[in-house]
Design a protein around this ligand. Structure first.
Ligand SMILES: Nc1nc2c(ncn2[C@@H]2O[C@H](COP(=O)(O)OP(=O)(O)OP(=O)(O)O)[C@@H](O)[C@H]2O)c(=O)[nH]1
Length: 654
């Protein structure tokens, strides 16, 4: 069993560890979520940067391409202008040759729709195409501008609805001069806006991305929105506020994020570049869907992973908490049990130490065959030490045979029976060396273990012994008392002089005898007899002789009485004999026979014979009555009748 303190500290350690682990899980969840959030933010920024770089590079690339195209067209215009000048120097313009020249220029530029030239009046007279209709462009702004400016360089128009081909066209114009420098017309080339827009489709952009070409005054020349509707309002100058701000702060080129596009409402990251030489602006808008799609995928994966992690960590924490709480409950249970056990052990220990009886705990020692040959003393209490005089250090951990210096440990057989069978016993033993008696209780708490409780019964034994002696004395005294009582009874119920029953005894006996006679229906005769002239004996020989006479008469009466007869000295010299089963006649004969014997047997006083006679009266049940007093009176009357009739005789009651 784990000590209570250890369990307590283990419980609090567990709680601390649990809290640390829970905090660690929460921190891990927050950290992972935070890291994921910052990673997503970083990736978002990266996607944004990537989008910006893409749009910037694309804008630069497209601007350069268009710039090269425009430069090349400009070169074609210059070449045509030079050819025009060369032919002029010959004095005459050869229309056919000039047209062929212009056709060759046109073929070298795939983007060009046409290349034409006018005279100084604006009539389109030369060109890559043979025109069947007469066209004049003298009213066009660019014609007027070039006509009026002899130093004008190449001129790029806004998008115009062409008069010849009836299509929206971007026109590049150069002035033609006569030999003296005067205005000779213009040479101009056009690119159809739709073709230009189509040419943007070679760029591998994603759906929703856009490329917009604007002239120097911001009018739209061409627009390509990938995967969407490409319609736009030619020459439209509407721009978003973001574009306006970007242009204002950085007129030659910048990157900015637009809100919803003014044209199609799509959010894009834009980069624009203004061509330094020709002033046109290329604006590339990338919706960033691709980059952000990638980011979204990553963010979603991250979110799912974090979600899984949070769920798993929460589930883990929940399971951990549940298991902890269960464990804590168990520990609490263990704590309660341990506390109870500790309290119980404390109580046991305190009881063990404070017991007046000597207690010793033992364990059997077995040999290799498993036979119990001795027992070890595991623990003893202070009373054991006090009783035996053996110190604890001397006995604990030792075998009994060793401690008591005996070949066979004391009471081994008895103890083995208890330790193996489990049934408690007790026996008394006198330890002569200690001069003490003990009542030894032996019980077995578990197999091979037993406890002995030595109850000192020396005093009790002494007391028992003295009690026994006292009892013997008492018994003796009792016997003496009984004897005395018997003597007393004799004294009370017998006449001390003659040893016959006295009148008191007779009174009680007669009641019983008469009752029995009535019950069993037999006769009961009462004989009252009296010494004749006894006074004379006393007077003559003395009272002692008189006593001797009385004793002699008593002996006669006793000698002639049956077992069932009751003889008593009824008073002075009066005697009464009760004779059960005797009719009056039988009684008469019996007492008369006795009378005769007495009369013939004198009492000897020394050598002097003293003659004695008796007078008697007989009364019987049922002949003379059934009442004791009446019968006694009748017997007495009969006796007096005998006196009256001369003494020495027996009379029957009438
Ligand atoms: N020695 C002795 N004398 C006794 C005892 N009890 C009574 N007496 C005597 O018995 C005598 C009885 O005398 P009475 O009653 O006159 O009768 P009696 O002399 O026998 O004459 P009758 O009965 O008429 O024949 C008295 O003298 C008594 O003292 C006794 O225990 N011992």
């Amino acid at each position: 069993m784990m000590p209570l303190d250890n369990t307590n500290s283990r419980t609090s350690n567990l709680r601390v560890n649990r809290n640390i682990l829970l905090i660690a899980i929460v921190v891990a969840i927050i950290s992972v979520s935070g890291l994921t959030y910052f990673a997503a933010l970083y990736l978002y920024q990266q996607a944004q940067v990537q989008t910006e770089v893409t749009t910037r590079n694309l804008a630069r690339s497209i601007e350069q391409n268009i710039s090269e195209v425009v430069g090349s067209i400009d070169q074609a215009l210059l070449n045509t202008s030079d050819e025009f000048a060369r032919q002029q120097s010959t004095g005459k313009i050869n229309d056919h040759q000039l047209n062929l020249f212009m056709q060759r220029q046109l073929r070298r530029h795939e983007h060009l729709a046409y290349i034409l030239a006018t005279n100084e009046r604006g009539d389109v007279v030369y060109g890559s195409d043979v025109l069947t209709t007469r066209n004049n462009i003298a009213d066009r702004d660019y014609f007027i501008a070039l006509r009026d400016n002899s130093d004008a360089d190449v001129l790029l128009t806004r998008l115009l609805l062409g008069r010849i081909y009836k299509k929206w066209v971007w026109i590049f114009v150069r002035r033609l001069n006569k030999q003296d420098g005067r205005f000779a017309g213009v040479v101009f080339a056009g690119i159809f806006a739709d073709k230009l827009g189509e040419s943007f489709s070679k760029y591998q952009l994603d759906r929703g991305d856009s490329i917009v070409l604007r002239d120097a005054d911001l009018g739209i020349i061409a627009r390509q929105v990938f995967g969407r509707d490409n319609t736009f309002l030619p020459t439209d100058k509407t721009i978003s506020e973001a574009f306006r701000q970007a242009l204002k702060s950085s007129p030659m080129g910048a990157t900015y994020a637009s809100g919803a596009s003014s044209i199609d409402g799509v959010n894009r990251t834009h980069s624009f570049r203004r061509n330094e030489k020709y002033g046109f602006i290329v604006n590339v808008g990338v919706s960033g869907e691709h980059e952000f799609l990638q980011w979204r995928r990553l963010a979603l994966i991250g979110l799912v992973l974090v979600g899984f992690f949070v769920i798993a960590a929460s589930a883990f924490a929940w399971l951990l908490l549940r298991s902890w709480y269960a464990h804590e409950r168990n520990l609490d249970g263990v704590l309660v049990s341990q506390r109870a056990l500790a309290e119980s052990e404390e109580k046991f220990h305190s009881l063990f130490c404070s017991m007046s009886e000597g207690v010793a705990l033992h364990r059997l020692i077995r040999n290799l065959d498993g036979k119990a040959i001795d027992y070890e003393i595991i623990e003893v209490n202070p009373s054991f030490v006090a009783q035996t005089g053996l110190s604890r250090e001397l006995v604990v951990g030792k075998s009994a045979s060793q401690v008591y210096n005996l070949e066979v440990a004391p009471f081994l057989d008895k103890y083995v029976r208890v330790a193996e069978g489990g049934e408690a016993i007790q026996f008394e033993e006198c330890f002569e060396q200690l001069e003490k008696d003990f009542l030894i209780h032996v019980s077995s708490p578990k197999l091979d273990h037993f406890a002995t409780v030595f109850e000192d019964i020396t005093e009790r034994k002494k007391w028992q012994k003295s009690q026994s002696e006292n009892l013997q004395k008492l018994e003796l005294q009792y016997q003496q008392i009984v004897k005395l009582q018997e003597q007393l009874m004799l004294q009370v119920l017998r006449d001390p002089l003659t040893g016959l029953h006295n009148r008191r005894f007779m009174d009680e006996a007669l009641m019983k005898e008469l009752a029995r006679a009535k019950r069993e229906n037999y006769s009961l005769s009462l004989i009252m007899l009296d010494l004749d002239f006894f006074k004379r004996v006393n007077d003559t020989y003395g009272h002692a002789v008189g006593d001797q006479v009385l004793i002699t008469l008593s002996k006669h009466l006793r000698a002639h009485a049956r077992e069932s007869d009751i003889v008593c000295r009824y008073g002075g010299e009066e005697f009464l004999v009760a004779m059960p089963h005797m009719t009056p006649e039988q009684a008469f004969r019996k007492i008369d026979s006795l009378r005769q014997i007495i009369a013939q047997t004198p009492v000897m006083y020394g050598s002097i014979p003293i003659s004695i006679t008796i007078s008697a009266g007989v009364a019987s049940f049922p002949e003379n009555g059934d009442d004791i007093d009446a019968l006694l009176r009748l017997a007495d009357n009969a006796m007096y009748q005998s006196k009256h009739d001369g003494r020495n005789r027996v009379s029957l009651s009438k």
